[in-house]
Design a protein. Structure first.
Length: 119
């Protein structure tokens, strides 16, 4: 499976607070967190997520307990790939049969309105 993690999911992973996430998201994240990703599994974090986190740290709205400068290394050690933002990513929603899932708390919390997450 190919996943693109949103900012809230990445923060939960980094803070060790995935138990607060909905069960369906924890089930999807379990192979990543337990180190049991298959060869066909790819998990990405957008560079926009790093940008958002850096802004929140600078404004004092997010404390990671580590320097934001080492975040790329931490992400790599988790087996995640930092994905640059390309024009094709902005146009992704028109590619209906592309085999990717975006794991986002925005559309996967219980009782949240459906936004096309596919589950």
């Amino acid at each position: 499976m190919r996943l693109l993690l949103d900012t809230h999911i990445l923060i939960a992973i980094l803070m060790g607070s995935t138990s607060r996430l909905p069960a369906n998201i924890r089930a999807i994240l379990d192979p990543l967190i337990s180190g049991r990703l298959g060869d066909e599994d790819e998990t990405f974090v957008s560079v926009a997520t790093l940008w958002e986190m850096a802004i929140k740290v600078r404004l004092g709205k997010l404390g990671l307990g580590v320097s934001i400068d080492i975040l790329p290394d931490v992400i790599a050690r988790l087996g995640l790939t930092i994905l640059p933002v390309e024009a094709s990513h902005a146009l992704f929603h028109v590619q209906r049969n592309h085999p990717r899932a975006i794991l986002s708390t925005g559309c996967c919390w219980p009782n949240a309105p459906s936004r096309g997450c596919g589950w």
